[in-house]
Design a protein around this ligand. Structure first.
Ligand code: SF4
Length: 177
């Protein structure tokens, strides 16, 4: 893992002793140097917080939209589904626990980098007008999701974000669509 390649997180502050406080989700983790937050996806390197899931999808699949499950939104259409490793929840019933409870740092070099542009290209190639951020809690790959959302808007691709928690109030200025 090359630190220079990592994406700096958007919402955090550096506090005493080079610790950082992540402000992205309500967990508000305080993270010491070389450690990650509860979601196992955001690492403190020298007092700066970096995302270990930016452009690192563990899964890109085409699903029937009913699998999401959505009943009245574009029924019978397919949707491009994207998720990364990690989660800010520890649900005992999680059906994706093998990816949600894994540590992103252990897989970082093994997972192929897929840019936001590439995600849009895949959607267009498959003639899909819908993208879902799913499988794990998408807040933990927020910066990646935001870049995809900005490009999707230009292409009139609609988005589905399957969330377990809202973003922190002070982060609402970044709209996903
Ligand atoms: S996004 Fe992750 S590191 Fe940030 S507050 Fe939530 S659980 Fe903690």
């Amino acid at each position: 893992m090359d630190k220079e390649e990592l994406k700096e997180c958007m919402y955090y502050s550096t506090i005493e002793n080079n610790k950082v406080q992540c402000d992205l989700c309500p967990k508000n983790c305080i993270i010491s140097e070389n450690k990650t937050g509860i979601c196992n996806t955001r690492i403190n390197l020298n007092g700066k917080l970096y995302s270990l899931t930016y452009e690192k999808p563990i899964s890109i699949s085409v699903d029937p939209i009913e699998k999401k499950p959505i009943f009245r939104f574009h029924p019978e259409e397919n949707i491009l589904s994207i998720g990364t490793i990690g989660c800010n929840f520890k649900c005992k019933f999680c059906q994706n626990f093998d990816i949600s409870q894994s540590k992103a740092i252990e897989y970082y070099d093994k997972i192929k980098t897929v840019s936001a542009e590439e995600i849009i290209r895949i959607a267009k190639e498959k003639n899909l007008k819908l993208i879902a951020f799913t499988y794990t809690e998408p807040t933990i790959f927020y910066e990646y999701m935001l870049d995809i959302a900005k490009l999707a808007k230009k292409e009139r691709i609609e988005l589905l974000r399957q969330i377990g928690v809202p973003l922190q109030k002070n982060n609402k200025e970044e709209k996903l669509s």
